[in-house]
Design a protein around this ligand. Structure first.
Ligand code: SF4
Length: 374
């Protein structure tokens, strides 16, 4: 298939973006110059990986207030990083961002795309997006939105991702002619707001030349990628207090929740009929209404519960007692933050068993300590 000239085809996107662009705190008004602060673009691109713009904006603003430049970020402690990233998910990104800041401080900003791609946390898309927006390099950034727009414009059948090298080559002259930052952001914006999965072709500046629209195939292109449904898991998430503090999992070095403190949990959660197991007058307890926490590969049904031990006891393997006064300041993921709010409420253990599921203390104690003793 021959492609039409990219610069001519995409020319309407420049003026359209000038008028339609949404304000974002990392966007410069002047789209023709390199960005005044590449660090700002780096932070925004790392945060936008896997996360929507509306979610990112408040995190971005808090992050920039706390870590306004490469030097501040490079010197920050890991707990501080995770505290300001907590709730955004994919916490590894915070540490990669810091590693990238340290690499730039050590060697300066890279001078080409390969150099950007060698920075920690920057794959081909992020490096190209940074190159175009921060430095005005004609580096074609292809993410899901861009692939969708281009697949429809050119009526590409099948998965467009294998065509990435050809699409990058095709886009490059248009980036040069229209402006790298302007065109890159315009394609992103069009994919996010108009050429969305359900396209709004009557509002599109490219409707006159879009092959998929002209052929009537816009709604089925590109074909949906089959996804494995997330694994459903039941979790009993527990806040256990004793005279020594709260029982917590220290941060792991890697994985989904790397760098974050967490509550002990048991999988599966409370079995049906656990009510008879729960009553123990020596261990005041309560439960709270559960919720569902969805990650890319997991769908957790959380059963939150709290217990108060009257006497100290050694922490089980892999867990530690943390003084109560430090609990609030620890970096935690969304799931664990939510239980922390319950645990720190003044009436956490007042007023009986609460409104969630019954709490299987004996089974929990046995699982954690290997004995049901209170
Ligand atoms: Fe997408 Fe429709 Fe615009 Fe084509 S005309 S680029 S399908 S919104």
């Amino acid at each position: 298939m021959t492609f039409p000239d990219a610069a001519t085809l995409l020319a309407p996107l420049g003026p359209w973006f000038q008028a339609a662009r949404r304000p974002m705190p990392w966007r410069m008004d002047d789209l023709d110059r390199p960005h005044a602060d590449p660090y700002v673009v780096l932070v925004s691109e790392l945060m936008l990986q896997q996360t929507q713009v509306a979610t990112v904006i408040p995190y971005f603003q808090r992050w920039l207030a706390r870590f306004p430049d490469l030097e501040t970020l490079a010197g920050a402690g890991e707990d501080d990083l995770h505290r300001f990233w907590a709730g955004l998910g994919y916490y590894r990104r915070a540490r990669l961002l810091q590693a990238a800041a340290r690499a730039v401080l050590a060697g300066g900003w890279p001078r080409d795309l390969a150099g950007l791609q060698a920075l920690p946390g920057l794959g081909p898309y992020t490096a190209a997006a940074l190159g175009a927006q921060a430095f005005q390099w004609p580096t074609a950034a292809l993410d899901g939105n861009a692939f969708r727009v281009l697949a429809r414009l050119l009526a590409l059948e099948g998965d467009p991702r294998p065509a990435a090298p050809a699409l990058r080559t095709w886009l490059t002259p248009a980036l040069v002619r229209i402006g790298p930052s302007r065109l890159t952001q315009a394609i992103m914006e069009l994919g996010a707001t108009v050429c969305a999965p359900a396209p709004r072709c009557p509002d599109c500046p490219l409707q006159g030349q879009c092959r998929a629209r002209l052929e009537g195939s816009a709604h089925r292109l590109p074909p949906a990628v089959p996804r494995t449904p997330p694994r459903a898991i039941d979790l009993l998430l527990v806040a256990i207090a004793s005279p020594e503090g709260w029982l917590l999992r220290p941060p792991a070095g890697q994985g989904l929740l790397a760098g974050l403190w967490g509550w002990p949990w048991l999988e599966p959660g409370p079995a049906a009929g656990a009510a008879e197991d729960s009553a123990d007058p020596e261990v005041p307890s309560r439960s709270w209404p559960g919720w569902v926490q969805v990650y890319t590969h997991r769908r957790e049904t959380i059963h939150p519960a709290g217990f108060r031990l009257k006497a100290p006891r050694p922490a089980p393997a892999g867990l530690v007692w943390v003084p109560a006064a430090t609990l609030r300041g620890l970096p935690m993921g969304k799931r664990d933050q939510r239980l922390r709010e319950h645990a720190l409420a003044a009436d956490a253990f007042a007023g009986g068993p609460g409104s969630g599921a019954p709490v299987p203390w004996q089974a929990l104690a046995e699982a954690l300590w290997g004995s049901p003793a209170s």
